[in-house]
Design a binder for this molecule. Sequence first.
Ligand code: PLP
Length: 320
Amino acid sequence: MNDAPITEARAAYEAARAAERAAVQGHAYVDGTYMPLADASIPIVERGFLRSDVTYDAIHVWQGRIFRLTDHIARFRASIAGLRMSLPHTDAEIAEILIECTRRQGLRDAFLMLICTRGMPHPGSRDPRMSRNRLYAYAQPFVRIATEAQQQTGLKMILAHTQRIASAALDQRIKNFHWLDLTMSLFEAFDRGAEVTVLPTADGAVTEGPGFNVFLVKNGVLATPNHNMFEGITRRTVTEIAADLQVTCEIRRIRAEELAEADEIFISSTAGGIAPVTNFDGRPVGTGRPGPLTTRLTDIYWQRHADPAFSTAIDFAPTT
Ligand code: PLP
């Protein structure tokens, strides 16, 4: 028996394990305790892990300022209430936990997560009401869906065959980790030479993609879906900027075929803001280059990050 290939594969596996740990940068808060992100973990029997009985919110810090902190905490609270969970923390305490994680990891551009899980199962019981809900949070380096290069050239998107989990089964306004429809749709994209997906409902309406909302532009009018998707804060920001620019933005049911005929398509997410889509289902969108309205909205979106009406400065001086 020749074990050499197995030994090599095992050595590569162990090296990858060590590299993964070394690559984790950031700081976490785990149910009352701060720690390096590499040390943060969730008990294997936690319902948040075993049942995906969890909600979360993703937030970002840009040039030392947290974007729309109050709106994110309000949305996190709504998700928690939607899953019939509760936390004893005040909004100010939640904000301070996020800020402390950011301060400890020290980066001026960061990606923050707030997570509320159902918690540990009560011994001998499967009753979710018996669990103490837990708060987790962390700050890590800023995360983007589109790379710098994709931001310039635009993303390649496909309409996935995989349907978005129906809001009738799981209200998609509650931020959730039932991500397998989104994740498996990405394999469809990779198999078809694309990078991102948008998922339909059973009756062919556009919903959203893995970690982002979707907009199209047709004849100068913006449109974004109104149903079976998460109501993104970046999406809200885009609609507000459009109103300021006196650009009509329709929030309505969008048929999948409309994307194929759009002049511009873009995605919106906390993870990188607005990113152009220049190829849809293998065909160029409009000119095949990022469109003028997409570029204008992107510029204003980033300008808003310095505006105290939309962002909160972090004091990076250590608290202790
Ligand atoms: N849709 C899904 C499924 C998401 O996970 C996200 C990301 O956070 C969004 C939309 C965009 O929401 P936001 O703009 O608040 O980041």
